[in-house]
Design a protein around this ligand. Sequence first.
Ligand code: ATP
Length: 301
Amino acid sequence: MIEVKDLHKSYGRQGKVNALNSISFTVDDGEIFGVIGPDGAGKSSLFRILASLILPDSGSAIMNGHDVVKDYRKIRQIIGYMPGRFSLYQDLSVEENLVFFATLFNTTVEENYHLIKDIYQQIEPFKKRRAGALSGGMKQKLALSCALIHKPEILILDEPTTGVDPVSRKEFWDMLGRLKEQGITILVSTAYMDEASRCDRIALIREGEFIANDTPQGIIDDYPEILWAVEGTGMSALLGELRAHDKVKSSFAFGDKIHITVEKSLQTEELKRYLANKKFNDVRIAPIAPTVEDCFMALTS
Ligand SMILES: Nc1ncnc2c1ncn2[C@@H]1O[C@H](COP(=O)(O)OP(=O)(O)OP(=O)(O)O)[C@@H](O)[C@H]1O
């Protein structure tokens, strides 16, 4: 279990950059807990504290009964940490990287092969290749294998899928699901809101604060707005006209559609007429169910 209480972290002289501001949460054993938010929100700072790599200014974090500050040696044994930026030795081969990490933890690849088999088998044909010459998806599989080789109780994965193609991203999340089934507690951060649904619980983080912490469905159920999707040609001009309408509360581009929140009194036909007057004749407007990204936008606007 992970128990984080009132964690604060700032950087620079006189604490000029406030990276974390009173973060508290718990993660149950065998749970996948996602921390979701944009760049600079504080995800890496939080994960580095939990991995015992940097110190918090105040507050506490207990991982399976061990304090990240006082018991840092024990923490490093029980966690597997995959940092955001590629952590492996580029000039060592796939196999050499794995052996290196196993040796660091006084174990062997053979001893814990069963833990990584599923993942490692996919890169094993390239085991003589330099890590630096692997594709993004393969690097990520090797990094996860290295983070798992000492049989950690808790995995801390900092933006593991950033820059990875959609197929590899899906495969990666499938693997996390299987690790969870083996009882490993997983803390994972991401800037991709679509990955939220793969977590048991998520925290939305913004400017060093958790602005929501619930199951993905719980966060969606709390969405307070009326949400419509608008489709048409000339997206940026359309966005401008929507923003100018006094009953449109917010609007943002979402793939090839525009998501808008509106006042209760606005009808879709009324908005269609307004847009037709502005020479947008082919516009489609439909009420839609919110995604986690819509919730994030509503909470931050
Ligand atoms: N070593 C540091 N010195 C000064 N400021 C820092 C340092 N590390 C992080 N920050 C600042 O703290 C804030 C939180 O950064 P952090 O890296 O924790 O966020 P993040 O959500 O992981 O974003 P990213 O994905 O961009 O790393 C940002 O404003 C960042 O610029």
